[in-house]
Write a protein that binds this ligand. Sequence first.
Ligand code: FES
Length: 67
Amino acid sequence: MYVCVCAAVTDRQIREVASQCAGGDFRTLCRNLGIAQQCGKCAAAARLLVGGDREAAGTPAPALGLG
Ligand code: FES
């Protein structure tokens, strides 16, 4: 499903990039994907999506600056 309508980025794309950017911060992730750069309405959903994946994978949330 689309998380960022402005940039046409899906939850799958966000998960994929987040998994490739272990140790990166959320702002870098957003810049790389082009999300949360316009209206910003997707930022909270994207943050939850990435944070949820990190917790499920057993990686502490602070690794992405989410803590
Ligand atoms: S929905 Fe992502 S910037 Fe607008």
